[in-house]
Structures are given as structure tokens and as C-alpha cells.
Design a protein around this ligand. Sequence first.
Ligand code: DGT
Ligand code: MG
Ligand code: MG
Length: 258
Amino acid sequence: MANSKYEYVRHFELADNMLPNTWLVVRIDGRGFHRFSQAHNFAKPNDRRAIDLMNRCAIEVMKDIKDIILAYGQSDEYSFIIPKSSTLYSRRSSKICSTIVSLFASNYVMHWAEYFGETKLQYAPCFDSRTVCYPNDTVLRDYLCWRQADCHINNLFNTTFWALVNQGGLSEEEAEKRLRGTFSKDKHEILFTQFSINYNNIEPIYKKGSTIIRKKTEVTSISPNSGEEVKRMKLVPTAIYEDIIGDAFWEAHPELLK
Ligand code: DGT
Ligand code: MG
Ligand code: MG
């Protein structure tokens, strides 16, 4: 078909291909989740249903978009890591991040009731997204360290804050004031001496956030021909709650940075 006289408008679209041979990271973040968490009565400081739903969405995204090798999530955010060698959508930034965030949000709505049961979804949740490229393995690891350290700092603060309010009888303003200027060790101390909480014993999912990797897993399916059970090994996106700042995680998964 001949080009229409209107087709020149195509040239107003700018190319946004990300640099070759760099790590691509797509981070999505819930829009206004301060309000969203209140509207849906999220437990404080952490709502396990909300975390499990976020993890489920990330797993569904990874099942669909095979280029993603790892995802890391905490609070209302998730980061998806795409390797240097990937040519996904010709590395077009907006194509990649809009596809990932849209898939994530639709899964969030689709699976909401499985995690929240009788608590009805009050309004449509929304997530923003961005694509960033990182030039080498060190910067990529530093990026993930930054997000996990953020999880740790916020979780320690929130755990102490809500202990002071819920168990210590302080108002939110008083708790805020009590914690102003305190260091990590002071919060550990408050938790331990005032509330007999040993922060080290808090579940790793809250302290470390969630990392999704493709784990070799035995899966059973029914052969369409024979009707018999067939067992085979498959790479299945699976949530783990480990430290990803130290070297141990990366040494245990050398395939990630190869
Ligand atoms: P934004 O991202 O600029 O649109 O604004 P927000 O409100 O989403 O703020 P953000 O992303 O900095 O912080 C995440 C909010 O979500 C924060 O207010 C705490 C809340 N949130 C996330 N997970 C939980 C949870 O498990 N329990 C509770 N109670 N709140 C949570
Ligand atoms: Mg947010
Ligand atoms: Mg956030």
C-alpha cells in the first residue's frame, strides 16, 4: 500500500534504544501507595498478603518475559534485571518498561482476591516505571545493594516505630520524635529492651525483601499422548529472601553475572 501523506508524523517519534552491552534495570513503584495501603488496611509495618501479591506479580512477569534474569522487590516497588546481551524489543526503553509495568499492574488486579480474600479492591492501583542502564557488574550490584539497604533501613525504622505506637502506647508524633536522630543500634536497643524483640529474629522476607530467581525445579505434567505423568526439570521463577549485598549470593549463582 502506498504511504499516506500523513505518515511523515512517524518521524516525530524519538528513538529511545538503551546503550548496548549494559545491564538494563526496570523499576516499577506503586503510585500513592501510602493512601492505597491505608484504603486496604495493610498491616503495619508489613502486610504479608501485599508482599506475596507483589511477588506473585513479579513471578508472572518473569514467566512471560524470559529475558529477565532476576527481580528484587520491597515495599511497593520491584526492580527487573535484564542482561547486557539482551536484545529485547531492540532495547527500546519505553517499550520495555511500559510492557513490564502494564503486565505487573494487570496481574496485581487479576490476583488480588487470591491474596486479600474478602477485602475488596477499592480502586484501580497504578504503578510508574523507568528503565536505567548500568555499565558494569559492579554498578549493577551496587544498585541492588542500594535497594536492599533501603529495605533494611525502612523496615528497622517501621518495626521500631509501630512497636512504640502499638505496644508502647506512644502517639505517632511521639514515636516519630523518639526515633529522630537515632542510629540503627539505638533502634535495636529499643526493640530489645522495651519490647523483647530481637530484630535478628524477624522473618527474612521483611528484613531482606524478595529476590526472584529462576530455580531448577522438578515439575510434573500429564503427557497429552500417553496420559501418563511426566517429570522434568524446569527453570521456575521462585522467591527467596536472602542477603544480596554480600558476595555469598553471587558466588552461589555464578550464572547471573556471566
Ligand atoms: P509515590 O510512589 O511517590 O506515588 O508515593 P507512595 O505513597 O507510593 O510512596 P512510596 O513509594 O515512597 O512508599 C510506599 C508506601 O507504601 C509507604 O507509605 C508505605 C506503603 N506500604 C508498602 N508496603 C506496605 C505494607 O506492607 N504495609 C503498610 N502498612 N504499608 C506499606
Ligand atoms: Mg510508591
Ligand atoms: Mg516506593
